[in-house]
Design a protein around this ligand. Structure first.
Ligand code: ZN
Length: 194
């Protein structure tokens, strides 16, 4: 895993930038939930599920199929008033699916454990990114507050937080520019002709 702090940071900062009407607090809470829930699979270790199994760590709950289905469930349960297939419904679904899938993508950047079963349940292959600069996070929050945990967090800030934040800043800037242009196009006919 990358640490839960990093998954949650990505979710909360992304949701804050996300466009949308409706309940912001609910959007933030469900985004954070979607970003960390794939690691619920570590509970399987207690019940004898092996790391490499379908339900093992970084298995099915880290797959793209899981992300798509969880996204659908979160829109359905969290935003029941959204009419299906409207633009804002698609946007919410795409966001929840993307932030759930980002969990596996960040894990694939780490230097330990097994890879991520992105194509589960159709293909059990475990994948890593070709370049893995992030130190793997210890499993369990208590193990995180150690000297090694501090090094993990440093590598995550450098290789995940920074690029992610820059990317979000870029998205926000482009959107502001597009909106500004649309507004001046709308207001142009109201001005006195010169
Ligand atoms: Zn994970």
């Amino acid at each position: 895993m990358a640490s839960l702090f990093t998954h949650a940071y990505a979710a909360l900062s992304g949701a804050a930038v996300l466009d949308g009407r409706g309940d912001r607090a609910r959007l933030l809470a469900l985004s954070a939930f979607a970003s960390v829930v794939p690691d619920a699979d570590v509970l399987g270790f207690r019940f004898g599920v092996a790391y490499g199994d379908l339900w093992g760590h970084r298995g099915l709950t880290h797959s793209l199929a899981f992300a798509v289905l969880l996204g659908l469930a979160l829109v359905r349960l969290g935003f029941p008033r959204e009419r299906a297939f409207t633009p804002s419904w698609w946007r919410l679904w795409a966001w929840f699916a993307a932030i759930t899938a980002s969990h596996g993508a960040f894990d694939a950047l780490t230097d330990g454990g097994l890879g991520v079963a992105f194509l589960s349940p159709f293909d059990p292959t475990r994948w890593f990114a070709p370049w893995r600069p992030v130190l793997v996070s210890p499993i369990g929050v208590a193990n995180f507050f150690t000297a090694y945990g501090a090094r993990v967090l440093r590598s995550e800030v450098l290789w995940i937080w920074l690029p992610w934040t820059l990317g979000l800043g870029l998205v926000a800037a482009v959107r502001r520019a597009v909106r500004g242009r649309a507004r001046s196009a709308r207001e142009a006919p109201l001005r006195e002709p010169r």
